[in-house]
Each structure stands twice: as C-alpha cells, then as structure tokens.
Write a protein that binds this ligand. Structure first.
Ligand code: NCD
Length: 306
C-alpha cells in the first residue's frame, strides 16, 4: 500500500484514509513497559531526509525513530548549519537533496505552502511536518490516535481547542480531521488570536472568547502554545494571558468527568496551562508524544512502503 504523492495536509485526505492510518498506527504502538528495541524490515533499504527550517524536538526525532524502527535510514538536516544559511535558494537546496535520492522528504518550514511548492518541483513524496500557520497533518493524526485510545469513536465528541488559533497549524489540521468525523468543535481564544473566518473552515465549528463556555461539557480540551514567532503584534503579557486563557484545575470540573487534556508541546507552564493540570491524571500530553512515533510509522509505511 503506498501513496506516492506524500502527505501535505489533512484537508485532502478521505475519512477512510485517516481511519486506515489510525488503525495501522495502533499496530505500531509499543506495549506498556517495553523499551524501544523492536525493529522491523518493512522499509529496509529506504531513506528519508528530514529537512527542518524551524525548530522542532518531538516531530523531527519521532520521524527519525519511526523510520529507523521500520528499518529505513533517516538523515536530518536543519536550516541552521546547512547551506541554506549561506544563501542557497529553496529550489537549489531541494535539488541537492533530491540528488541524494531519498524515498521521501519530511519538511518543516515557516512559510505556509512551502511543502506544496516543493512537491510540484520534485518527483519525491513530501511529508509536511508543519508549514507556517497552515497544516501539521501528522500532529492531527497522533492527536486522533490519542483520543481513540481513550474513547470508542470520534463521532459525536465535543472538542474544545483553546489558545492561539490564528497562528496554529495544529488547530487547522485538527479542525479538518475532526470535522470529517462529525465532531462538535469549539474554538476559543482572545479575539486577536481567533479570526471569525475560522468558523468557515469546516462544518461543526463554533467560536467563543469565553473559556468556561468552551470547556463546558467538553470530552477533550486541546491547549495550544502562543506562537510568538508568528505574531507581529505586541504579545500578551504572560500573566494576563494565563488569567483569561490558561487552563487550571477549576476549569476541569466544567468538562465531562473523564475529559482528556491535550497539548502538542512544547508546553509553557503558567502560560497555557498550570503545572497541576499538565501533570494531572487527565493529561495525555505524553501519550501524544508516544503516539507520534506510531503514527509516523504508519504514515511512512503508507507513503514509501512497497
Ligand atoms: C507544534 C508545531 O510545531 O506546530 N509542535 C509540535 O509539532 N509538537 C506546536 C507548537 O509549536 O506550538
């Protein structure tokens, strides 16, 4: 099974593709307590290049681990220290990488649409690991996997996404994914970080500036980092932001009893959420990180498997 076109976003995927990827990711989850020693040969002899023009810990490392667990080689290149810094154009960098004949390129870039541009130029599948404020498809897949590890289905759930929605590719990919499953989605943040047009992105999306309203009756609360690197306005003082949009224990009582608290990371304690919430029984933040590997194994197999 292969998808030679790569994975640029969730918007272009069918619900059936998403379901197949999530089912396959489940096969790749490590049994509890087992260390990461299992290695498969599914992608033996294949190579992926990780090309990261923006900072990343979780995403880059988990793509590397995912490739290696499937027996592929993974090479990581960050924009700092590569010839990008010496002024090489994107196209030249990509042609150089293509000459190394990788089976896929995993790319993160600050510009929305950068991987789509690359995909038009190169005959190599491109996997979008985050493009500006546009999409971050593997994050939405691992978030869905994490929800489904705790709930029988996505259909009919109520998910609150809270924080800097305007600059969040995680929010956009999640909105696309969750709306394909009939999820009731509530977006919440301060007005300057919650543009009204977001309600038109997909069916089933509502907006509110009131955090309590967003959380009332929620099955899942997804908190987002304030993307200071994408904001050109004067940032909120951290204390003020936390007062209005920081998740605290008192909020949890408004949600469904077994509510899941999620965050794509990196988290800022005392800004987006309190330490008590981040470390509480309701938090599945580390399960998300763990699922990142399983989901990326499923994606790599789908795209470069025979
Ligand atoms: C997210 C990203 O880079 O978009 N992080 C991640 O991939 N885990 C979210 C963020 O940086 O806030």
């Amino acid at each position: 099974m292969g998808n030679k076109r790569g994975l640029l976003g969730i918007a272009g995927l069918e619900r059936a593709d998403i379901e197949a990827l999530l089912r396959r990711a489940k096969d790749f989850q490590q049994p509890p307590g087992e260390t990461a020693s299992r290695r498969l040969n599914t992608l033996a002899g294949k190579m992926i290049v990780n090309l990261f023009f923006e900072a990343s810990t979780r995403t880059r490392v988990s793509f590397e681990i995912a490739a290696k667990r499937l027996g592929a080689d993974a090479v990581s290149i960050s924009a700092q220290g590569s010839s990008v810094q010496k002024g090489e154009s994107l196209v030249d960098t990509l042609n150089t990488l293509a000459a190394m004949r990788p089976n896929a390129i995993v790319m993160r870039h600050a510009a929305s649409g950068a991987p789509h541009f690359l995909a038009r130029y190169l005959p190599i599948p491109i996997i979008n690991a985050g493009d500006g404020a546009h999409e971050h498809p593997t994050q939405a897949l691992l978030d869905a996997r994490t929800i489904l590890d705790n709930r029988p289905a996505l259909d009919g759930l109520r998910v609150a996404i809270i924080g800097d929605i305007a600059h969040s590719r995680v929010a956009r990919s999640n909105i696309h994914l969750l709306s394909k499953f009939g999820v009731d989605i509530v977006l919440c943040g301060p007005p300057q970080l919650l543009p009204r047009e977001l309600a038109d992105l997909a069916p089933g999306v509502r907006l509110t500036y009131d955090m309590r309203e967003a959380i009332r009756g929620a099955d899942v609360i997804m908190m987002l980092r304030v993307q200071l690197e994408r904001q050109h306005e004067a940032p909120f003082p951290a204390g003020e932001y936390f007062q209005f949009y920081g998740l605290r224990l008192e909020h949890i009582a408004l949600a469904k009893p077994e509510v899941l608290v999620m965050h794509p990371g990196p988290i800022n304690r005392g800004r987006e959420l309190s330490s008590e919430v981040a470390d509480s029984q309701r938090s599945v933040i580390l399960n998300q990180v763990e699922n990142g590997v399983a989901v990326r194994m499923a994606v790599l197999e789908w795209i470069i498997g025979d």
